[in-house]
Design a protein around this ligand. Structure first.
Ligand code: ADP
Length: 477
């Protein structure tokens, strides 16, 4: 591992700041300590907010071209260090190295994209009802942004927020997940090398998330909170952000339905299910949580899935050909075990897997469960583990109703060969994103985000920068 990218201190106003308290960051595979990291509290949070606020005064006045150039320099350094960043990511998070490399590239793509979008923050001139007036619309950066990210994509979730924020002229204070602060800190190091000025990016790792959350939401200097994580914590942050009327972008939990109709291309549907479900060992908010299969093709698909799942290798993310790696922590394991057990108690069957790996006590065997009912806990909560839960269905009407019977609405997947059905379901499925005949849908050019309790705001695409901009109307006589 490139030690110069393994940082263990907070990053505030361009300085690597040591704190008295530290917390452990462990490798989920070896379960050994990687490094102890500065444990920030209120004091460091406020220092970071002050630094971001001071830096905002100058960064927001730079030209879009200057900001774009800095973001592109950052992108270049990330690509140059891609292999090292991926190794750090796998070591702290566990995912297979190939996926970690994919994540670094995916995150970097947002940085390049928003470097380009920085140049396209256009205003408007609108005709006025009064002949003497002109209505001008300009866009201004919202100010300091508090960013809170989860452990499942420790690099990309940060890139996806920081890039549009900086492109718009905002400055940021980032609180990464305690399980995975090292990818974030390495990104800060490269941002500094790229010439992004002191104070524009600040990073406060902590073992006490709520302390930093409260500092960010209670400060009037912070004008926006951008959060990716659970719906439960999203609700807490939204209510806290209300006090200072901070804008919010919320990317919250999902409960993705994956529906395979009788007219689908079966092999492509099976590949789609495998890709959507087992990436990151099932620890993604867009992964297939409930797989609805038309009863006429149910057994055929189940047989094909069993063959594919049997071939999945478990082990360390650093080994070749391994695709199922440890879950992030014991709480993750406990949740998967509970959901599998309660589904079994309700009559569902385990066809394959269903247990912890006998090789490793934090790897859950890739699992297929059949005869799952749509209202069992396993189909109502995010599993966040490598468990396929299969539900047969008989009609389009009933499956749409069951797919929508959730408060979540992030991603959905539909496999069908019927273009009329695609048109109908585009309208009927309550979800921010739908993959038709596609199991992997996220990229920097598309708007990522959810409806209902899956959140608000969109990341990526031409829409992603607007969350970091205020509209200002000028009436000119
Ligand atoms: P997950 O279940 O994926 O860990 P969480 O919503 O618990 O999802 O965590 C996502 C991020 O939110 C992490 O960075 C975590 O530390 C942070 N977090 C958790 N609780 C709070 C809180 N009360 N205030 C601010 N951030 C929090």
């Amino acid at each position: 591992m490139n030690e110069s990218l393994v940082k263990s201190r907070a990053f505030i106003n361009g300085q690597w700041v040591k704190t008295d308290k530290r917390f452990r960051v462990d490798d989920p595979f070896s379960q050994e300590l990687i490094v102890e990291v500065s444990d920030c509290g209120e004091k460091e949070a406020h220092a970071a907010i002050d630094a971001a606020h001071a830096a905002f005064q100058s960064w927001s006045k730079t030209t879009a071209q200057e900001r774009s150039n800095k973001l592109l320099a950052w992108y270049d350094l990330i690509i140059k260090n891609l292999d090292d960043l991926a190794e750090i990511l796998t070591t702290e998070q566990g995912k297979p190295l190939k996926e970690a490399k994919g994540e670094i590239q995916y995150g970097a793509n947002y940085i390049k994209w928003f470097a380009e979008e920085a140049l396209r923050v256009d205003g408007d001139i609108i005709p006025s009802p009064d002949g003497n007036q002109q209505i001008h619309v300009i866009k201004k950066p919202v100010g300091v942004v508090g960013i809170i990210t989860p452990w499942n994509f420790p690099q990309a979730m940060i890139a996806r927020k920081v890039a549009p924020a900086l492109a718009a002229g905002c400055t940021v204070v980032i609180k990464p997940a305690a399980e995975t602060p090292l990818s974030a800190l390495a990104m800060a190091e490269l941002a500094q090398q790229a010439g992004i000025p002191d104070g524009v990016i600040n990073l406060v790792p902590t073992s006490e998330a709520s302390v930093i959350g409260e500092a960010l939401t209670s400060s009037f200097k912070v004008r926006k909170i951008s959060f990716t994580g659970s719906t439960k914590v999203g609700k807490i942050l939204m209510s806290q952000a209300a006090e200072n009327v901070q804008r919010v972008t919320m990317e919250l939990g999902g409960n993705a339905p994956f529906i395979v109709f009788e007219d689908a291309d079966i092999d492509s549907a099976v590949d789609g299910i495998m890709a959507s479900k087992f990436r990151n060992s099932g620890q993604t908010c867009v992964c297939a949580n409930r797989v609805f299969i038309h009863e006429s093709i149910y057994h055929e698909i189940v047989d094909k899935l069993v063959n594919k799942v049997e071939a999945l290798q478990t082990g360390s993310g650093l080994e070749d050909d391994v695709s199922i790696t440890p879950l992030i922590n014991q709480a993750g394991i406990d949740k998967v075990k509970r959901l599998v057990q309660s589904a079994k108690d309700g009559g569902a069957k385990v066809l394959i897997g269903g247990e912890l790996s006998d090789k490793h006590n934090q790897i859950f065997e890739p699992t297929i469960m059949t005869d799952v009912q749509f209202d069992m806990d396993i189909a109502c909560e995010e599993i966040f583990g490598p468990v396929l839960s299969l539900i047969p269905f008989s009609s389009e009407e009933s499956v749409v109703e069951q797919a929508n019977a959730t408060k979540a609405g992030l991603a959905a997947y539909v496999y069908t060969d019927d273009r009329h059905r695609i048109k109908r379901l585009s309208e009927q499925i309550e979800s921010g994103m739908i993959g038709f005949n596609e199991g992997i849908i996220s990229n920097h050019m598309a708007p990522f985000g959810g409806v209902k309790e899956s959140g608000m705001g969109r990341e990526g695409s031409k829409y992603g920068i607007s969350d970091y901009l205020d509209i200002k109307y000028l009436c000119i006589n």
